[in-house]
Design a binder for this molecule. Sequence first.
Ligand SMILES: Cc1cc2nc3c(=O)[nH]c(=O)nc-3n(C[C@H](O)[C@H](O)[C@H](O)COP(=O)(O)O)c2cc1C
Length: 308
Amino acid sequence: MILAPMQGLTELLFRRVYERLFPGVFSYAISPFISLTKGNLRHATEKIDDVLPENNVGSMSVVPQILGNEPEEFIALGNRLYDVGYEEVNWNIGCPMRRITAKHRGSGILPYPDEIKRTLDVVLPMLKPALSVKMRIGLKDASEMLTVVDILNQYPLKNVTIHPRLGRQQYAGIPDLDTFNVAYNTIHHPLIYNGDINTSKDYEIIVTRFPNIADVMVGRGIFYNPCFPLLINGKEINVVEENKRLLRDLLNEIYGAMPTNEARIRKTKEYWSLMWRGVGVTELQAKDILRSTTIEQIQSKLEHVISQ
Ligand SMILES: Cc1cc2nc3c(=O)[nH]c(=O)nc-3n(C[C@H](O)[C@H](O)[C@H](O)COP(=O)(O)O)c2cc1C
């Protein structure tokens, strides 16, 4: 199982805490994307720090993800990552955010197969690490996927992850498993499934229908119920208690890592807005905690939940 990239969530801090509490659940994580910037790599420092091997000691392994299509910058960043120890980088052609797709980045490139081809033609011969790809099935229409898969089939790639939604859907609707099935039958690369695996049952449905997929990637589900992967093998665990354990460690790490109370509150709320579901509270209680305005208030309310 692979941990999906999620900006602001599956960063180093979370990956380290998760690996400490539930070692070995994930074979690796894809990092939240690092954006290419024209002629300048400096702004990516914070993102690069997130994936530097020396900072990731005790964390799960990670494959850095790149967002953008500018070949020169792509090669420079990819090779820089190789030089610090990464043998694989992942190309994000799935991000649905409008300000990104408008620039033909993320899923915004999917209706333009020539641009995908041009990028791969220039980048791959010069790129030192292997390349994997994470994509959606299209920006506006699922028919985009087949053309893209045909192109990807012509290049040496480590693997391809498909989240079977359209970019313009954002997260609405349900994953289009029939379209995923078309990719399953036509792609030459190891194929990874991603989308709405939130329970052990969801996992079983996917691996039963698609027995030859190389792996599955899990995103939001790991925040809704952090220990759900442990249930896949029928292990008997106290789910709420395990999730509380993770939440407590995560809150401690946030407190230690964030420079100001404002930042601590913001980060705590980011995680809590997903993680309340796994620790036995009602939505009303969760919302009350989200209305906290001081660090003392949010900490004492969360401490109350955790020690209940
Ligand atoms: C808050 C948030 C941030 C995300 N950031 C990234 C990202 O940086 N790179 C990426 O490829 N996908 C990103 N995604 C998409 C997820 O990796 C994943 O494809 C999507 O959430 C569907 O999988 P899930 O249903 O298991 O969550 C993000 C999703 C969310 C909700």
